[in-house]
Each structure stands twice: as C-alpha cells, then as structure tokens.
Design a protein around this ligand. Structure first.
Ligand code: UGA
Length: 454
C-alpha cells in the first residue's frame, strides 16, 4: 500500500489495524522503529506518510469513506479443530469481511489480498451479499464487488518486486471493478503484465506459485545431500541445470531448508484442498516437499552433532543468522528455529547473533525450550551483538542466514578465539574456502562434496 500511495499521489491510502501499538509504530517519527524491516520501505513511508498515506485505528470511518478495500490480514495454519495442521484459519478474513459489510456505504470494491484457500472469495461474497440485501430498504444502500488479487512480493526485495512485478493477477467477474483495479496498477505496471482470470484461478495460482517455488528448493536441497555423499558440488550442478532456459537460474540456492510465513502454510493448504477433493495421491505428492524440507533442517542439526564427536552437550556453538532469510527481521518458520531447538535438545550452549532480529523475538520462537540460559546440565542460549564474543571459546560457528556482514569475516582472528578442533558449518554457501585457508578450521558447506583439507 505504501508503494501504491507512492505511485498514485492522487489516491488516498489509509491502512487500518485493530492493533493500536502497531499503528502507533507505523506512525513513529523515528523511522527505524517501523514494525517491519524492509530495505527501501522507510524512505517510501517518509515521502508519503501524512500526505496521501495514513495509518489509523479508525476502522469504521475509513471503510465508510473507501471506494476500494484491500483485505490483507494473516491466514495462519489452523492449530485446532477441523483441518488442524493443514487448513488456513480464516477467522480474520471473515471478521474483516463482516466489518466491511457493516461499515461500507455506496458501492465498494473489496479486494482479497491475503493468501487464501480456493473459494474464500465466496465466503467474503456471501457475507457482503447479506448486507447488500439488508440495505435495500435502508437509506444507506450498499453494493459490493469482490476481486481476488494475490500478492507475489518476497520479503527483503518487496519494494522492487512491487515496482517491477513479473505479473499482477486480477480475478473476478465484474468488469467495472476489474477495470478500476487494473487502472491503478497500470499507473506503473505495463498493461501486458496484468493478467485477468476467474476468481478461483487467481486464488489457486497464488498457492500453486508458492508450491512450485518451494518444490524447487526441496529438489535442490535433496540434490545437495547427494552431492555431499558423492563428491559433486551443488553450485556446479545448479549452474549446469539452470543454464537450461526451461529450468532457469533463479531459486536454485541450496540451504538449510526454506522458511518464511508462506511456503509451508500454502503447501499445507494445497495438501488439505487435494484431500478434501479426494485427490489423495496428489496431496501426498505435495506433502513430500515439506517432508524433504524438514529432513534438510534435521540432517543439518544432526551432522553438526556428528562432526563434533557425536555430542554437543555443554559445547558452545555460535549460531549466526536467525531470520528466515537475509534483509528481513521476520523469523516465521525460520530454519534457524528448528536447528537451534535440535541443538539445544542435545545440550548445546548457543550464542545467537542476528543483525536485525531482536532477542525478545528469539525468546518467543524458542520459548518451548525449557532452559534459556547457559547451565551445566542442559543446553541454553544467549544473544550477543558482538560476533567475537559469540565465537570466543566456541567449538563451531553455524551460518544460517546469508546476511552480507557474514560474507567478509576474519577467520584468522576467529580461529584464535575458538576451541580446537574448530568447525565452520556454512548452510548458505556464503563463506569462501579461501577465507579459511591457514586457520586450521574444519569446514562443512551445504552441497559441497569435498570441503577439506584446506
Ligand atoms: C515467498 C515467494 O517467493 C513470494 O513470491 C510470495 O509472494 C511470498 O512467499 C508470499 O506468499 O507472501 P518469501 O517467503 O518472502 O516469498 O521469501 P523467498 O525469497 O521466497 O524465500 C523463502 C525461503 O526460501 C527462505 O528461507 C529463503 O532463504 C529460501 N530460499 C530461497 C533458498 O533456500 N534458496 C533459494 O534459492 C531461494
């Protein structure tokens, strides 16, 4: 919405949320306190806030005055009830639709922006139609058009993804509403990149796009293990296969397993949908993408234990990177969480560093862990902003997020601080073998059949 306001100065954009603290943070004069860390976002907020971009808790008034409402609430995986562990919880979509139904006036276009299971627009439409019918006899006559326009931006590159998208999708039946929405996008996006579909295709395309991307990552991660076993090199393999235009170069970096709020949730949704429609084999097929992803995270934790003489009890390990990818402070489903938990369960003492994630967030993610501080008996963790302090007396450093600042570290210095034999585990392929030359540090890198000797 910030990018939309930036591109369309004549359109008034108001973001509303029931969370007052969050709105307060979005309005904070100090732009470093915005609730989301995203490169380029604070500059856009600075340029447009309080001009045509507003953040507010006045939900009723804002809906009443709006010609178009974007529903952009979260749709997490259900934790209990029917479909628990697979289906998306739509309670916030429903409550938002009810608020729109209650407060709207005149004609309102409602755009489903949240990632949702197929046929959610129907739920929104049903709620709005009730309100339409009830308003016929009142002085405030209401009407609605529902469109689906899912978002394809990735965190960390969100601004560029929004300014130069590969495509924009609009699903719907009402031609006037479709034209209104597409005329907004056309202010900065070439018309040939705007695709029109029916609502269900639009909803399904979003789930499928994420499922295909995640499937690619599980495929390359699976091959990374085979490279390690055979002496092949994953980068050489991914370059060779990516040179085939039909496969393409992007999204082929092996890693510790994918994280983020979307891939796992969307695949679980797809698995649930397939089961619901009796497509058991197809549902098993997609579930395998998640099974391989979890396996990748587990195998990395277990190989760290194995290399450190089969035990990490009371050993100090530096864990670098807690966000699910670089350039974001988002930790949702980060591979660092399950790898850290596995190491803690094995008695390790973790020194955690991340340039953007706050210790309170790490605490939240690791909260199921009984002990949080170092102790003699069980594993614990500490957060430290000083990389040298993290590394001091440690047996190993594990790189889990590809932050730029991890790419040029002084391993000569680190080797003097670490206990011998010392290890570097690079799950992101950001450490060059050369930078470890002469340090005596043992090296493991994802998908690298032949790391040693240096
Ligand atoms: C993903 C999709 O890429 C977006 O198109 C989509 O809009 C978004 O989900 C969403 O549904 O909201 P995001 O989760 O922000 O975006 O980040 P990605 O860049 O896709 O990365 C996901 C995970 O895959 C990260 O843990 C990342 O480190 C990992 N990854 C990505 C790799 O391990 N290797 C790669 O080559 C690429």
């Amino acid at each position: 919405m910030a990018v939309l306001a930036d591109k369309c100065k004549d359109i008034l954009v108001t973001l509303v949320d029931i969370d007052k603290e969050r709105i307060k943070a979005w309005n904070d004069k100090d732009l470093s306190k915005l609730p989301v860390f995203e490169p380029g976002l604070s500059e856009i907020i600075k340029r447009n806030r309080d001009k045509n971009l507003f953040f507010s808790c006045e939900i009723a008034k804002t809906i009443k005055e709006a010609d178009m409402v974007f529903i952009s609430v979260n749709t997490p995986t259900k934790r209990s009830g029917f479909g628990a562990g697979y289906a998306s919880d739509l309670k916030w979509v429903e409550s938002s639709a009810r608020q729109v139904a209650d407060y709207a006036s005149g004609h309102t276009i409602v755009v489903e922006k949240s990632t949702v299971p197929v046929r959610t627009a129907e739920l929104i439409q049903n709620i709005l139609s009730e309100s339409e019918d009830n308003s016929i006899i009142s002085s405030n006559k209401k009407s609605f058009s529902v469109l689906s326009s899912p978002e394809f931006l990735a965190e960390g590159t969100a601004i560029n993804d929004l300014e130069n998208p590969d495509r924009v999708l609009i699903g719907g039946e009402d031609n006037d509403a479709i034209k209104s929405l597409s005329s907004i996008y056309e202010r900065w996006i070439p018309a040939n990149k705007i695709l029109f579909t029916n609502v269900w295709s639009s909803e399904l395309s979003k789930l499928t796009a994420n499922a295909f991307l995640a499937q690619r990552l599980s495929s390359i991660n699976a091959i990374s293990a085979l490279c390690e076993a055979t002496g092949a090199e994953i980068k050489e393999v991914s370059n060779a296969i990516g040179a085939d235009k039909r496969i393409g170069k992007k999204f082929l970096d092996a890693g510790p397993g994918f994280g983020g709020s979307c891939f796992q949730k969307d695949i679980l949704n797809l698995v649930y949908l397939c089961r619901y429609y009796g497509l058991e084999k197809i549902s098993n097929y997609w579930e395998q993408v998640l099974i391989v992803n979890n396996w990748q995270k587990e195998r990395i934790a277990s190989l760290v234990v194995e290399k450190l003489f089969g035990t990490v009890t009371n050993k100090k390990i530096a864990l670098f990177g807690f966000s699910f990818k670089a350039n974001t402070n988002d930790t949702r489903e980060s591979p660092s969480i399950s790898i850290a938990k596995d190491l803690l369960a094995n008695g390790a003492n973790l020194m955690i560093h991340d340039p953007q994630v706050l210790p309170s967030q790490i605490e939240k993610e690791l909260s199921s862990q009984e002990t949080k501080r170092f102790s003699d008996k069980k594993g614990g963790w500490c957060f430290n902003r000083d990389l040298n302090e993290c590394v001091k007396d440690s047996d190993a450093i594990i790189f889990l997020t590809a932050w730029d600042e991890y790419k040029k570290l002084d391993f000569k210095k680190f080797s003097q601080l670490m206990r011998k034999p010392s290890w570097v585990f690079d799950t992101r392929k950001i450490i060059s073998k050369n930078s470890l030359k002469g340090t005596g540090i043992k090296f493991w890198q994802v998908g690298m059949g032949n790391c040693n000797p240096l």
